[in-house]
Ligand binder design. Structure first.
Ligand code: ADP
Ligand code: MG
Length: 485
């Protein structure tokens, strides 16, 4: 069966005109690649059974040592493509930074760090360090002094460490620019140029991007050597994403979101607005209507952003409202619906937005609210993406299930995290052991430096807080509270 397993359904199909040269390994097992037995065993454990299209196209080239420009949509498995390469290039017995990944934001750097840690866990003692802004330099400097094999960070902070001499790159063999398009959007060109200039000339450079704007070409020409290009066309399997356009009057827009939510009743929805102000206005309206909604915007403190993403990803918040910038690159696995509250003027952005739903064999709804003034934008989207828009009116949605939409889970916040040596297993143990809950009542557990978050089914949240507070975790009393509500 494994021989004929289809490729990961969430990934784009290669476009024959732009697909990479070389053998096609899409949907083939990782065992066909020159990877170490330890890495293959880890992939097996993680249930990464077959390669996604971008992995199949890029890994043979990257593992052969080529520089690479790889473009594929969000969620297509780009992280593992470069992580497997840099881990293969690594000598664990050499205590020096051998690989560096530049990411646009701290969240993305954290996600990448976690994925590399997961993939590296079978290998002995590989140290991976995240170097991002938002925290003080000193502990990072101390960690660097202890030695790291891989650093993942934002260009600004990496530059600071280079400036102060706390980070040395003379042993570097692999440089990765992840989400390169986004880094360019954020004005990181000069920082990237500086960081790259501090790397040894003999190295492998891998550039990953979701889109391919002009600046990428310039970046590649300057920092990559004879790069191979792997480009997977934006194609979603139409059958999985069901797209509907709703005609509304301009002043009905924010109210209409609640109407859609009540009708379709998705567990998790990402709602896109074109501006931050619109995000704030929408969240206010949704709260008044009784929805559990959160918004991501630039003015939040890092810890608040983390908390929001955790609550959304573990299904204790129904709607995350965001601009395109705020939502870029975030890996949210299960998303029943995407709502375009505002229509974007850019068809590529539209494709990206709706590509967030309908992943991993699940159906997804892509719902777009369209006032008369938006009609031209929809016409352009229809033309570029080759669809015939399916038009509906809000009237058809009235009179269904009017009960409030309630997320299935609640997030409990526990004081103490990685710094206190807390691991997910400890929390699961505390809940299912002494506290007497079942495994099925416990959802995602996320351990950050200082804080641990655990999702539990809504009915038991209160009781779980009570019983956890009465018990101990790692031998210490537990401070815990439920978030939101
Ligand atoms: P991208 O960087 O392209 O946006 P990610 O690297 O974040 O995508 O991957 C998206 C998700 O797919 C992650 O949750 C990752 O663990 C998972 N994934 C990656 N490769 C595979 C694979 N070969 N099989 C199954 N799941 C995979
Ligand atoms: Mg990525």
């Amino acid at each position: 069966m494994s021989e004929s397993t289809p490729p990961q359904a969430d990934a784009a199909a290669p476009d024959p005109t732009t697909a990479a040269p070389g053998p096609t390994l899409v949907g083939r097992p990782f065992g066909e690649l020159p990877l170490s037995p330890a890495l293959l065993a880890t992939l097996e454990q993680l249930e990464y059974r077959t390669m996604t299209p971008i992995q199949a196209a890029s890994l043979p080239l990257a593992l052969a040592g080529h520089d690479l420009i790889a473009q594929a949509k969000t969620g297509s498995g780009k992280t593992a493509a470069f992580a497997l390469t840099l881990l293969t290039n690594l000598n664990p017995r050499r205590f020096a930074v051998q690989a560096m990944v530049l990411c646009p934001t701290r969240e993305l750097a954290d996600q990448v760090t976690q994925e590399i840690r997961r993939l590296a866990r079978a290998a002995d003692n590989i140290k991976i360090l995240a170097l991002c802004g938002g925290t003080t330099m000193r502990p990072q400097r101390a960690s660097l002094e202890h030695g790291a094999h891989i650093v993942v960070g934002t260009p600004g902070r990496i530059m600071d460490h280079l400036d102060r001499g706390s980070l040395r790159l003379d042993a570097l063999n692999t440089l990765v620019l992840d989400e390169a398009d986004r880094m360019l959007d954020m004005g990181f060109y000069d920082d990237i140029a500086f960081v790259a200039s501090q790397c040894p000339v003999r190295r492998q450079t891998l550039l990953f991007s979701a889109t391919y704007p002009e600046g990428i070409e310039r970046l590649a020409q300057q920092f990559l050597r004879n790069p191979q290009q792997v480009k997977l066309a934006e194609q979603h399997e139409g059958s999985k994403i069901r797209q509907r356009f709703y005609e509304i009057k301009h002043d009905e827009r924010l109210q209409a979101v609640g109407t859609l939510l009540k009708h379709y009743r998705p567990v998790s929805t990402l709602a896109f607005c074109n501006t931050k102000q619109q995000c704030r206005d929408l969240v206010e309206v949704l709260h008044k209507q009784g929805f559990h909604a959160l918004t991501l915007h630039g003015d939040l403190e890092q810890r608040e952003r983390d908390q929001m993403l955790i609550q959304f990803a573990n299904r204790s918040c129904s709607v995350l409202v965001a601009t395109d910038v705020a939502a870029r690159g975030l890996d949210i696995a299960q998303l029943e619906a995407v709502i375009n509250v505002d229509v974007t003027p850019d068809p590529e952005v539209h494709i990206h937005r709706i590509g967030r739903t309908g992943r991993a064999d699940e159906d997804g709804w892509a719902l777009t609210l369209c006032s008369p003034a938006d009609k031209r934008r929809v016409a352009t989207i229809a033309q570029v993406t080759g669809i015939e828009p399916e038009w509906h009116g809000l009237g058809s949605l009235q009179g269904g299930d009017e009960s409030p939409l309630v997320p299935p889970m609640v997030t409990l916040q526990i004081l103490g995290g990685r710094k206190d040596k807390i691991r997910p297993g400890d929390v699961l143990g505390a809940l299912t052991g002494e506290a007497g809950f079942t495994r099925e009542q416990v959802g995602k557990i996320t351990v950050t430096d200082q804080t641990t978050y655990v999702a539990v089914v809504r009915d038991i949240a209160r009781e779980a807080v009570r019983r956890l507070s009465a018990g101990r975790l790692k031998g210490k009393p537990v401070k815990v509270r439920a978030l939101g509500d």
